[in-house]
Write a protein that binds this ligand. Structure first.
Ligand SMILES: [Zn+2]
Length: 118
């Protein structure tokens, strides 16, 4: 059974949980009872492709909005998620490099969003 990891906004901590599958709702936070945990990717979980990771990040409205607000925590979360991928296609490396230079790749995010949405 795969381990999924969740993020509790209230406690600012990661909760690991065994789940039967992604269709299962996230568990409540064992510490504060918050039942709106956000799923994050774990190296223990099923290997995701970069596209999957991207889709997940882009579907996380809070994260993308935080990134647009230049929130370093969101940027760190982005990096963390991206680095959990197996491969590093050139377009993603470029984005990571730009972020390391302190630039927010908002344009690329928007382009990628369009591309992924068809
Ligand atoms: Zn909590």
């Amino acid at each position: 059974m795969p381990i999924y990891e969740y993020w509790c906004d209230s406690c600012c901590r990661i909760i690991s949980s065994y789940r039967h599958g992604l269709s299962m709702p996230p568990p409540p936070c064992p510490r504060c009872g918050n039942n709106e945990l956000k799923r994050i990717f774990s190296t223990f979980s099923v290997q995701k492709t970069y596209k999957d990771i991207y889709e997940d990040i882009l579907s996380d409205r809070e994260l993308t909005q935080s990134m647009i607000r230049d929130d370093p925590r969101a940027i760190a979360e982005w990096n963390r998620r991206m680095s959990s991928g197996e491969k590093s296609p050139p377009e993603y490396e470029e984005i990571t490099e730009r972020m390391e230079r302190g630039e927010l790749p908002v344009t690329q995010i928007e382009e990628k969003r369009k591309e992924l949405s068809g």
